[in-house]
Design a protein around this ligand. Structure first.
Ligand SMILES: [Zn+2]
Length: 100
């Protein structure tokens, strides 16, 4: 696993820029968010490196649903992103979608 986050991610041909930020929506409990209209993903900079990657993957899963025209719920996104995160960790880099 690399320690730094990627600078962008392409989802169905739409490029989302990825930024680490000090605070999100003035809410200290929010670790990440996605702005579909501006094609931006924010991840809180103070998180541990592994947590940052988990949060980023969560936001990418939101993007996958959105760019596929599917309405998602937090529960669906949470489950899918946790399974994918686990698969990435166990694949020894052989899961090219998720080289986080
Ligand atoms: Zn979410």
């Amino acid at each position: 696993m690399k320690n730094e986050l990627p600078k962008s991610v392409s989802v169905n041909g739409i490029d989302y820029e990825i930024f680490t930020v000090d605070e999100i929506d003035s809410d200290p409990l929010t670790n990440g968010t996605i702005y579909y209209d501006k094609q931006l993903i924010y991840v809180k900079a103070s998180l541990a490196p592994q947590r940052m990657k988990q949060v980023l993957l969560h936001e990418i899963v939101h993007a996958i649903f959105y760019e596929s025209g599917i309405e998602d719920t937090e529960e669906e996104v949470d489950i899918l992103s946790r399974v994918l995160f686990s698969a990435t960790k166990n694949s020894n880099g052989s899961f090219p979608l998720l080289l986080l």
